[in-house]
Design a binder for this molecule. Structure first.
Ligand SMILES: [Zn+2]
Length: 279
């Protein structure tokens, strides 16, 4: 029962769509809990018996010591996902889950100066190096499940950018926008969206300027971009709601705002879904 209570507290603060999948195969019954946002950009949390192995769309999913696991649903995830459970008795259980598809906003802008569309060649090495370091940082401190604390908006302001939208500049499709943008004046407080460990602090990255990356555990990370000031140190544990920095317009930002991005083991997820209240 203790395990169940843990999942419930997570649900209240975090998830609005609930599904319990009950699978009965021959005489083997498995009650398998899976909750979350069954939509592109969503995060699912589930629980299995300790010792069972889980694969999602053919990829092995790490399971913690209590049997809990998290799955990130990518921006272009197809309308079904495949779950395969291999029990300790080597029984295979297969299950398809339905994933709601989203329509993303596409914005076309033409007649822009070339340097505004593609970074100048002299920055390529720097960008490559920074990307490598970001990737490495995100893969650290995967122990613990700090995300149980639930999520809050890290800043107050106007929502000016959403997950998944894409811009096509001079006919060149740019990377989709994976974060949510919250605009407010320079110096506005930035709070920790959940508990976690600070895995990267950078004052001036090429694209994102002043940047904090937080590991919420099990490979789930938040990146907070374009900061004017950073008030935390790498390696420190931070609590949800703690003041960690000040809003800015550093890096390639068009104005003062916070870009909050979330990723789970290489899959970009939509932070907004985690704070959205049940309707
Ligand atoms: Zn943004």
């Amino acid at each position: 029962m203790q395990k169940l209570r843990k999942l419930n507290s997570f649900k209240v603060s975090t998830f609005f769509l609930l599904t319990i999948i009950f699978i009965k195969i021959n005489n083997y019954a498995l009650c398998f809990d899976l909750k979350g946002n069954f939509i592109q950009g969503g995060l699912l949390v589930g629980k299995l018996s300790v010792g069972d192995a889980l694969y999602y769309n053919g990829k092995k999913i790490p399971i913690d010591e209590t049997g809990e696991f998290i799955i990130g649903i990518g921006r272009k995830h197809p309308n079904f996902g495949n779950i395969k459970i291999v029990t300790t008795e080597k029984k295979e259980i297969l299950k398809n889950i339905e994933i709601k598809q989203r329509k993303y906003n596409i914005q076309k802008i033409n007649n822009l100066k070339k340097s505004k569309v593609t970074p100048p060649a002299e920055f390529y090495d720097r960008i490559k190096l920074e990307n490598r370091r970001i990737k490495k940082a995100k893969a650290t401190n995967v122990e613990y499940s700090h995300y149980h604390a639930g999520f809050i908006m890290p800043a107050e302001g106007i929502l000016t950018g959403v997950y998944g939208s894409q811009r096509i500049l001079n006919g060149i499709p740019k990377r989709p926008h994976y974060g949510i943008d919250i605009a407010n004046k320079i110096g506005s407080p930035i709070l920790a969206p959940s508990d976690g460990i600070v895995v990267m602090v950078e004052k001036d990255l090429y694209f994102s300027g002043g940047t904090i990356i937080i590991s919420h555990g099990r490979g789930l990370t938040s990146s907070l971009l374009h900061l004017k000031k950073i008030l935390v140190e790498p390696g420190s544990f931070i609590k949800k709601g703690e003041l960690i920095g000040l809003m800015g317009d550093t890096g390639r930002a068009t104005g003062s705002h916070l870009d909050w991005r979330m990723e789970l083991r290489g899959v970009r997820i939509d932070p907004y879904l985690l704070i959205k209240k049940k309707e």
